[in-house]
Design a protein around this ligand. Structure first.
Ligand code: SF4
Ligand code: SF4
Ligand code: FES
Length: 239
């Protein structure tokens, strides 16, 4: 197979001249240059799926904003990471995440260590713009160490990707459609009965919310090790 040549591209982010490689995304180059773009489904070390739309940016000459975690850089492009339109869109995305499931932070085990919560504070989301749907899903607490609570899930699929791409188990998948979509183990077995799960806990570490968490620990003891994936990928690359 002929490998595509990687070329250097020059472009602008928020008026700042930046340089990247043609196989990089706008988000990667922004992060390399300490330009902050909010994300949710993205996690360094995993593939990007562009599902949450939190990282949208505007491109000069293009009508619709695009997700910066999946968009490759182009020579001469002019990227805007923040504008009244983008801010309103990000607020609406967050608002929909809150109203779709049950996010009562005061009674959540990851209260204080939740990326949905911290993003809302960061973007100054004072209230939800969309009506609460009060979805109710069964909680799976069958595993000896972990709990799967779909009521807190934002369907970012980080857990599926880490299980597939890093652990190599592919124990998780999405099941159902629309509002009823949820994360399942194997063929929708209780977590304890999953034959492909290795109980490594990586899915729990990367989950941005309280949808996956460790059993029998208090709010103060919760430590999500989201950066562990970047470390694992880096170390594998060095071998
Ligand atoms: S604990 Fe590990 S193997 Fe099991 S579902 Fe999570 S990532 Fe996959
Ligand atoms: S369980 Fe957590 S990591 Fe998995 S899709 Fe839901 S919110 Fe994302
Ligand atoms: S972080 Fe880019 S679409 Fe979710």
């Amino acid at each position: 197979m002929i490998k595509e040549k990687v070329r250097v591209k020059n472009f602008k982010i928020d008026g700042v001249c930046v340089t990247g490689q043609s196989n990089q995304t706008i988000l990667e180059v922004a992060h390399d240059n300490d330009i902050e773009i909010p994300t949710m489904c993205h996690l360094r070390g995993l593939s990007n799926v562009g599902s949450c739309r939190m990282c949208i940016v505007e491109i000069e000459g293009r009508h619709e904003p695009i997700p910066s975690c999946t968009a490759k850089i182009k020579e001469g492009m002019e990227v805007t990471t923040s504008s009244p339109r983008i801010k309103a869109a990000r607020e609406m995305i967050l608002s929909m995440m809150f109203s779709e499931r049950s996010h009562t932070c005061s009674t959540c085990v990851v209260n204080g260590d939740c990326q949905l919560q911290s993003k809302s504070v960061e973007l100054e989301l004072g209230h939800s713009f969309t009506p609460y749907l009060n979805q109710r899903f069964e909680v799976d607490a069958s595993h000896k160490n972990f709990v799967n609570d779909p009521n807190r899930c934002i369907l970012c699929t980080r857990c599926i990707r880490v299980c597939d791409e890093i652990e190599g188990a592919h124990a998780l998948d999405l099941f159902g459609r629309g509002l009823n979509t949820r994360i399942i183990h194997d063929m929708d077995e209780p977590w304890a009965d999953s034959t492909s799960c290795t109980s490594c806990g990586k899915c729990v570490y990367v989950c941005p919310t309280g949808a996956l968490y460790e059993k029998d620990i208090s709010e103060e003891e919760v430590v999500k090790k989201r950066e562990i994936i970047t470390e694992l990928v880096k170390n594998r690359g060095q071998r």
